[in-house]
Design a protein around this ligand. Structure first.
Ligand code: F6P
Length: 482
């Protein structure tokens, strides 16, 4: 069973009032959905709409258990504590986190509700996999309610260095919450290291390699959690991936290939199409990318008559102040760059503030000579992997930020520090002028990685590790009677 903030589908209402469902945004759902469908899994999550009670239902082999959030909970737990406190804090304070006590209280209450629902729905001795920073208190709350369960947790975003994490007024409660799990997964080795350091600093608990031996209840700074038996918790990295085959299949289809040609044609058949695809989020470094590109145009190193930057910025968290400000800033920049460098025939930036179906995204990937991923901090960045998976022609160049988790694996990309604008400009020019043989060599190596390490392997690795740490109920019973 999966417990995540959102269900894999969001509730939408058409202008005429007809309700329907559309896929939820973000990498978490993209990654987990195929795994869950294959296993006829149960999924607890929010529908994306406030005050919208919906009965459990089945969708394409998934059993969905919607959890209702009130308008106030959406404001305080989701927009507030999750996305205006934890999100900026965990992304290296790129924006200033807000520490509001009423948001923390709402976060705790909503985490309790998720834990209550999971405790009701999970089968005896089942396995529950809790997802992401919105639900960090759930592992402990669930263990208190259902000690029979095996509990995994996966953090899709970075876990910050202790120097930053220690700002959080509720730093102790969050770590305690996570330690309710048997296995805690992170994207990068460094994230797991940061978490283990927080455990040592906050609780003086011994950690060996990637394992925490929990002190007996009430010992040291560890809270008295009743009758819980001594146990250990493993924290290590499991880099998430994508359903690679689904991208390969789409990219190999005639219809998608034709659509890619159409996109190139509609953009004026330029020699170079660069592409950015992001949720409109300040962690993604969209502005840094625009600055580098605009400077190259200004210096005459790129020419708007034969180059275009297509930027898909899908709407995200639109009621949170920092996101509103970012949208204004990005759209002002697009206007300026197009005003300064565009011609009647050619825009410098083709800016699209929409989400697109996967077929269209793959057509864009195939049409793009260069993919720009310039995140300032990113747990993984699945778009980088989606681009690589879609390049069945072994062509295209990936420019990738070293601050995205994907950089640990996709080493044949052109790795950049997005704060170093000169470095980004050099990487763009390298990509524009890269000979076909070098493009092929790099792309083949990148593809080999993404083909071998797909999302099925990610989830299998995590669940296998979980089964080793906490053997199944029947094995446990045998051990106990021995
Ligand atoms: O991976 C990070 C994440 O916050 C996921 O938890 C979430 O599904 C996705 O990004 C999209 O964000 P949101 O649910 O806030 O739209």
């Amino acid at each position: 069973m999966v417990v995540s903030n959102r269900l894999p589908v969001d509730r939408v209402t058409a202008h005429d009032g007809t309700p329907s469902w559309k896929p939820s945004p973000g990498g978490l759902v993209t990654a987990l959905e195929p795994v869950m469908r294959r296993n006829h899994g149960a999924w607890i999550g929010w529908t994306g709409v406030a005050d919208d009670p919906i009965e459990p239902f089945e969708s394409d082999g998934l059993r969905l258990f919607p959890l209702t959030l009130s308008e106030q909970e959406v404001e305080q737990y989701y927009e507030g504590f999750s996305n205006d406190t934890l999100w900026p804090l965990y992304h290296d304070v790129i924006a200033q986190p807000k520490y509001a006590r009423e948001w923390w209280e709402a976060y705790s209450r909503v985490n309790e509700r998720f834990a209550d629902r999971a405790a009701e729905v999970a089968e005896q001795d089942g396995t529950v996999w809790v997802q992401d920073y919105q639900l960090q208190l759930v592992p402990r709350l669930l263990r208190e309610r259902r000690p029979d369960l095996t509990i995994g947790f996966f953090n899709h975003i970075p876990f910050p260095a202790y120097g930053l994490y220690s700002q959080l007024p509720w730093r102790q409660q969050i770590v305690e919450g996570l330690l309710g799990a048997d296995l805690i997964g992170f994207q990068r080795r460094a994230d797991a290291g940061n978490f283990l350091r927080a455990v040592r600093r906050l609780f003086h608990m011994p950690t060996t390699h990637n394992r925490v031996e929990l002190l007996p209840a009430g010992a040291g700074r560890w809270p008295n959690s009743g009758s819980e038996k001594p146990r250990s918790v493993v924290a290590r990295h499991f880099p998430i991936s994508i359903d690679t085959k689904a991208y390969v299949d789409l990219a190999s289809s005639e219809a998608v290939r034709r659509r890619a040609e159409e996109i190139r044609h509609d953009l004026g058949d330029p020699s170079t199409i660069m592409l950015g695809v992001d949720r409109l989020d300040y962690t993604k470094g969209i502005g840094h990318r625009f600055t580098a590109y605009a400077e190259l145009l200004a210096e005459g190193k790129l020419d708007v008559n034969d180059t275009v930057l297509m930027q898909v910025a899908s709407p995200s968290r639109e009621r949170v102040e920092s996101y509103k400000a970012l949208r204004d800033e990005i759209e002002l920049t697009v206007g300026r760059v197009n005003g300064d460098y565009g011609t009647i025939r050619h825009s410098a930036i083709s800016y699209l503030h929409h989400g697109y179906p996967r077929e269209e995204m793959v057509a864009m990937f195939l049409a793009a000579d260069i993919m720009l991923v310039t995140a300032l901090r990113d747990g993984m960045n699945l778009v980088a992997k989606e681009y690589v998976a879609s390049r069945v022609d072994d062509d295209g160049v990936l420019v990738l930020s070293e601050f995205a988790g994907a950089a640990d694996e996709l080493k044949q990309a052109l790795l950049v520090n997005p704060h170093d604008i000169e470095g980004v400009k050099r990487a763009i020019l390298h990509a524009v002028h890269m000979p076909r043989s070098e493009r092929r060599q790099r792309m083949r190596a990148l593809r080999a990685r993404v083909v071998e390490h797909d999302v099925a392997r990610w989830s299998q690795d995590f669940l296998d590790a979980l089964a080793v740490i906490r053997p199944s109920a029947s094995t446990r019973e045998l051990a106990e009677t021995d």
